[in-house]
Design a protein around this ligand. Structure first.
Ligand SMILES: [Zn+2]
Length: 334
């Protein structure tokens, strides 16, 4: 069944796409009418997904997802979607596409596929990651991979003794350290990651994030850049004035790099009540953004607070399940 479906995705006749549209309308009879699903992606990787990369998708899966979305759904830019929503004339099965963090593979892998299907997307970029070429959790992962010892002693920075004897232990160490370090303010986080990378003797971190020239080219091609802070802090653990400073600095920097007026914001980590609060939503509104996006699952309708827009991506390996879950998402209230 799945094989046949995949074959139809590649060379399906028009009745096939028509039938899928009817199927989606049937699954979400009211929801698909006036609701928007905002898809969220992070990494799009050229080969099989690395076990250490959370939230990543392989390029082949991303390709069939975009083909399916372009044929069955109405893909809109955030500007178009919000405008149509205001006028109450959002078409059925409306979808917008977003990426968080600004990884280099968004340019090398995702962009050619988006262009192939004529799709526009918004890329939420971390300012300092563009400047420095990498982000703390990537430096951490590369350091963990580099260690060639059974254990590493991190008691001096309060992280205990970590086992790294095989790949499974390294995957586990990566998860555990990520969880512990993401709760720290950027300065403390950088200090501890620097300590670990020194121990690992990993010095040559590969460039993993978009650079300024790539951002400019993406904008030339019609893509939109959004703000994802300067240092990717968990907003709930930094003082509110530091959060304001971080967001503003990033907005000004990205205005300059993109030549666009940055209108949209995505909260780092993105879970309301856990990683940021309503206070931050008010702050983002005050800083002259037009809308802001969480990582909680949901849809957007006319009544949704534009500074608390939820997103959704079905992480399914088969097209049928992907389509079904995307259709079902339109039944969510917010
Ligand atoms: Zn992020």
């Amino acid at each position: 069944m799945n094989n046949l479906f995949v074959r139809m995705l590649i060379a399906g006749p028009s009745w096939f796409w028509g039938a899928l549209k009817i199927a989606v309308n049937t699954i979400s009879p009211f929801g698909s009418k006036k609701r928007l699903t905002v898809l969220i992606y992070h990494h799009v990787l050229p080969e099989n997904v690395n076990m250490l990369d959370e939230g990543a998708i392989g390029v082949a899966a991303f390709n069939w997802q975009m083909r399916l979305v372009s044929k069955v759904f109405n893909v809109l830019t955030l500007d178009q979607a919000l405008e149509l929503l205001k006028k109450d004339s959002l078409p059925r099965r409306s979808v917008a596409i977003t990426f968080d963090d600004g990884y280099l593979d968004n340019y090398t892998e995702a962009l050619p596929i988006l262009n192939r299907y004529g799709l526009m997307a918004t890329f939420f970029v971390v300012g300092n990651a563009v400047k420095e070429g990498n982000i703390w959790n990537q430096r951490l992962t590369e350091a963990i991979l580099k260690f060639d010892c059974e254990k590493v002693d991190l008691t001096e920075i309060g992280l205990g003794i970590i086992s790294l004897a095989n790949e499974e232990e390294k995957v586990n160490a990566n998860l555990v350290l990520n969880e512990q370090l993401k709760n720290l303010a950027p300065k403390e986080q950088n200090r501890k990651v620097a300590y670990i990378t020194r121990l690992s003797r990993e010095r040559n971190f590969r460039r993993a994030m978009l650079n300024e020239a790539q951002i400019a080219k993406m904008v030339d091609g019609g893509m939109e850049i959004g703000c994802h802070t300067m240092n990717h802090p968990m907003l709930s653990v930094v003082p509110i004035d530091a959060a304001e400073q971080d967001i503003l600095e990033s907005k000004y920097y990205l205005n300059e790099v993109s030549g666009q007026n940055i209108k949209y914001f995505a909260y780092p980590y993105g879970k309301l009540g856990q990683h940021f609060t309503v206070q931050h939503a008010k702050l983002v509104e005050k800083l002259d953004f037009k809308a802001a996006f969480t990582s909680d699952w949901g849809t957007l309708c006319k009544e949704t607070n534009p500074f608390l827009i939820n997103r959704f991506t079905p992480w399914d390996k088969t097209p049928i399940r992907f389509l079904l879950r995307l259709a079902l998402n339109f039944n969510r209230k917010d």
